[in-house]
Design a binder for this molecule. Structure first.
Ligand code: SF4
Length: 249
């Protein structure tokens, strides 16, 4: 076991033990009626202004299977020329939480599966610590579905080209909550330039769906002493909000 794995294991054990018996935080997570079946087509149109209307309409009418096929053959932005495999997303058909990162990395590009490798494994441990599994409770995806070369941030044009897929996924999956990982995904969905520290301070609403912001697992792996505790607080708030929403159903 290398030093990194040892750090991850110690962090996971600590997190599992921490607050194990503590009641999860009281939250204020209200999901509006409109959020039950959010209509994000207007949002998609606004985010991709200038694009042919029929293209927008086409994506907004896809079912999940068709959407996956469309992503696999997509050439809407230049990332189609450098990807090995697009990574549409994966998880439960009716997720409690939809997890949204920035873009696939090298191992995702290789496998076509979201959040694999060290960061993905670490994210799985976070989710297990609050009682969620990929298969039953989560859907994982990214703002852009194809890997940017050298893991650079996706450009504004690439984000705009790909966002209609994400918005349609949210419409179809109707997750109870959204969890944004990292600054890029958080700023895009919340349409803000606020810092991640500021965005973590509250639970947001994305078209009526409660949205929590936290650090990306890769950042926590690099700086565990700095980010581990704040992420745990965010995860507890996420779990508490999901519990509240389930109690209301
Ligand atoms: S990143 Fe999105 S818009 Fe660009 S080619 Fe891939 S699927 Fe299409």
């Amino acid at each position: 076991m290398n030093e990194h794995d040892d750090t991850v294991n110690r962090a996971t054990r600590l997190w599992t033990l921490l607050d194990d018996a503590q009641a999860l935080l009281q939250g204020t997570c209200e999901r509006t009626e409109a959020a039950q079946v959010p209509d994000l087509s207007a949002c998609a149109a606004a985010l991709t202004c200038g694009e042919e209307p029929e293209i927008q309409t086409g994506i907004s009418q896809l079912d999940m299977e068709s959407l996956r096929a469309a992503v696999h053959s997509c050439t809407r932005c230049g990332l189609s020329r450098t990807r090995r495999n697009p990574v549409p997303g994966a998880g439960a058909a009716r997720p409690q939480v939809m997890i949204i990162g920035e873009a696939p990395g090298a191992q995702e590009d290789e496998s076509g599966i979201p959040f694999v490798g060290r960061s993905g494994s670490y994210l799985d441990r976070w989710m297990h610590a609050i009682g969620f599994t990929r298969e039953q409770d989560l859907y994982m995806t990214n703002i852009v579905k194809c890997r940017p070369p050298e893991n650079r941030d996706p450009s504004a044009d690439e984000q705009a080209a790909c966002l209609p897929y994400l918005l349609r996924q949210i419409e179809l999956l109707q997750p109870k909550m959204l969890l944004c990982l990292g600054l890029v995904a958080s700023q895009i969905l919340l349409d803000t330039t606020d810092s991640l520290g500021r965005l973590r301070e509250q639970t947001h609403s994305f078209h009526g769906i409660p949205l929590v912001v936290t650090y990306h697992p890769s950042a926590v792996l690099r700086y565990p002493e700095k980010f581990r505790a704040p992420v745990w607080e965010d995860l507890k708030r996420l779990r508490s909000c999901v519990n509240e929403l389930n109690d209301e159903d």
